[in-house]
Design a protein. Structure first.
Length: 290
């Protein structure tokens, strides 16, 4: 008679329970199987004694200003990291070098100022990245997400961004959702390519009504479809000061080239006539001698 599977399942539950009781848990945090939650505990620093097999770490709503790369690298199986509403600031380059399995990363409501290639380049499995509500975030490098080819959800809403290079997001093959609302977009001719990509791509833009121009004053609060129409007209038909200078230089060069060509033609004609006249005189002299 085959033994029932029930005693085995009870034993497994008991063993897991005993294992969870033996796992250390950071002070003021709650721990479940593979999860550590430290939400709203007024932590000033990254917590210690995090179980090494943790896969989900939640540090939301604290006062953490620095993520230590070494301590993070011990959490090699981490796939979910929530650090929203903290004080994380300037330099996050190489911070996530040891958590290559990370799939979800929330850094919203912090003090980020820039995103470079080195910030997220080691997160090859990243699918969701939220860096919204960072009012001091003013620059995202052109190749900042070059290695994050699995990125599907990117949110940069409510930051200090005025410009985003089209290739930064266009070259993400799996991108499906991009948050851009309530930024300080500078809608000039350099930004036209990005707006055109928005209109033609299959990416979804949540809160699209609030993706508007902030500058120049003539386009303020204008939504992107309307801004694209105006920029197409002004950028493709309007000539700027440097354009007039260029045209003047081209015109002067053409005039100078024409003048030189006419002068050379005149010189050649005079030389030819002089040579022809000399030849005729020589022929006449020869005839007279004969």
């Amino acid at each position: 008679m085959a033994p029932s599977g029930r005693p085995w399942s009870l034993s497994l539950v008991f063993l897991l329970g005993m294992a969870s009781q033996g796992i250390s848990c950071p002070s003021r945090c709650s721990c479940q199987y593979l999860e550590v939650n430290c939400t709203g505990q007024q932590l000033q620093e990254f917590p210690v004694d995090i179980p090494l097999d943790t896969r989900q770490l939640i540090l939301a709503a604290n006062n953490v200003s620095y993520l230590p790369a070494v301590e993070l690298s011990f959490l090699a199986d981490l796939v979910y990291l929530d650090c929203r509403k903290n004080l994380l600031g300037d330099d996050l380059d190489f911070t996530f070098i040891g958590v290559a399995k990370l799939v979800y990363l929330d850094l919203s409501f912090n003090n980020l100022t820039q995103v470079t290639f080195s910030t997220f380049s080691h997160l090859l499995s990243l699918v969701v990245l939220k860096i919204s509500d960072n009012p001091n975030l003013v620059a995202i490098e052109k190749d900042a997400f070059a290695n994050n080819t699995w990125l599907r959800h990117l949110d940069v809403s409510r930051t200090g961004l005025t410009f985003l290079d089209t290739s930064t997001v266009r070259d993400l093959p799996n991108l499906r959702l991009l948050g851009l609302s309530d930024n300080l977009w500078h809608c000039n001719c350099s930004f036209l390519d990005f707006i055109t990509w928005m209109m033609e791509s299959n990416v979804h833009f949540p809160d699209a009504d609030n993706v508007t121009c902030y500058t120049p004053a003539g386009l303020r609060a204008l939504r992107m479809p309307a801004a694209e129409a105006q920029l197409h007209f002004s950028c493709l038909t309007q000539l700027y000061k440097q354009d007039y200078v260029f045209l003047c230089l081209v015109g002067f060069c053409i005039f100078l080239a024409g003048t030189m060509a006419a002068w050379l033609a005149g010189v050649c004609a005079v030389i030819y006539e002089a040579h022809a006249s000399k030849g005729e005189e020589e022929e006449e002299e020869e005839e007279e001698e004969d």
